[in-house]
Design a protein around this ligand. Structure first.
Ligand code: URA
Length: 247
C-alpha cells in the first residue's frame, strides 16, 4: 500500500474526478511521519466503547454467536420502536475478514429500501474516499451504529443507540479489524463515549478494545461542506498511517 502522504497517479486521478483537488494536500501540508507519531503519542487513553451497552438487561444484552446468528438477530430485532417504521434492518456489509471497519450513523431512505449501508449519495462519496486510499468497498466491512432507519432521518435517540449498540460490539468482536474509521459525529461520540464536536475529535487516534480508531467527517456532511474535504483527506491519511503501523 502507498505510504500516507504519497499519491499514486491513480489516486490523484480519482481525487480529480471527484472534483476534490482540495484533497491533494500541498507538499508542506502533508502529515509527516513525525506529525503522526506526535499525534499518536498525544492520543487520549483508550476509549472504552459501550460502557453504557454493557447492560445486564436481556433486552439489550450483547448477542453471542457467529455472523449469521448476529445478523439474524438484527433482522428480527424489536428492541426499539424503529422496527415499526423500518422497511428492513441494515446489518452491515463487506468482507468479514476485512482489516478495515467503517462505522456510520444509521441507514437513510436508500439503505432502508436496499438493506445495505451507504448506498445513497453519501455512500457514493464514501466509496470514492475509500478508493482514494486504495480500498474497494468489497475489501472493508461497513456497519452503522443504528441498524434501523430513524424516521425522517432524525438523529438517533440515546435509548435507541443503547439498545442497538451491542450488535455493533459483537460485529467488532467477530471482525477484529486492524483499524476502525468512524464517519460522523454521532458514530464518533457513540464509539468513543464522549460528547465533543467532531471537529475536536478528528485528527488523532483513539482505541477501542485495542483497535485503533480514526474519526472523520460524515460523507453526507462533506457533500454539503466541501471546504472540509481537505481535513477528511488528512484523516484518511492518518488512518492509512495507523494501518501501516499495525502490519
Ligand atoms: N449514513 C450513514 O451514516 N449510514 C448509512 O448507511 C447511510 C447514510
Amino acid at each position: 500500500m502507498m505510504p500516507a502522504g504519497r499519491l499514486s497517479d491513480r489516486q490523484v486521478s480519482v481525487l480529480h474526478e471527484l472534483g476534490i483537488d482540495l484533497w491533494q494536500l500541498r507538499e508542506n501540508e502533508r502529515p509527516t511521519a513525525s506529525d503522526q507519531s506526535d499525534t499518536m503519542s498525544q492520543a487520549p487513553a483508550a476509549a472504552t466503547l459501550g460502557r453504557g451497552a454493557e447492560i445486564s438487561n436481556p433486552e439489550t444484552a450483547r448477542p453471542d454467536g457467529d455472523w449469521e446468528t448476529v445478523h439474524n438477530a438484527i433482522r428480527n430485532c424489536t428492541r426499539c420502536a424503529l422496527h415499526e417504521t423500518r422497511t428492513q434492518a441494515v446489518c452491515g456489509i463487506g468482507n468479514t475478514r476485512a482489516e478495515w471497519l467503517i462505522v456510520g450513523e444509521a441507514p437513510g431512505a436508500d439503505e432502508d429500501r436496499q438493506g445495505e449501508p451507504f448506498v445513497g449519495r453519501a455512500g457514493q462519496l464514501l466509496n470514492e474516499m475509500l478508493r482514494a486510499i486504495g480500498l474497494r468497498r468489497e475489501q472493508v466491512f461497513i456497519a452503522n451504529v443504528l441498524k434501523c432507519r430513524p424516521p425522517n432521518n432524525r438523529d438517533p435517540q440515546p435509548a435507541e443507540i443503547a439498545q442497538c449498540q451491542p450488535y455493533l460490539q459483537r460485529q467488532i468482536e467477530l471482525l477484529q479489524p486492524k483499524v476502525i474509521l468512524v464517519v460522523g459525529r454521532i458514530a464518533a461520540q457513540t464509539l468513543l463515549q464522549v460528547d465533543k464536536p467532531l471537529g475536536q475529535l478528528r485528527g488523532q487516534t483513539y482505541e477501542y478494545r485495542g483497535v485503533p480508531v480514526v474519526v472523520t467527517y460524515h460523507p453526507a456532511y462533506l457533500l454539503r461542506t466541501s471546504s472540509q474535504k481537505a481535513k477528511a483527506w488528512e484523516d484518511l491519511l492518518l488512518a492509512l498511517d495507523v494501518m501501516a503501523k499495525t502490519t
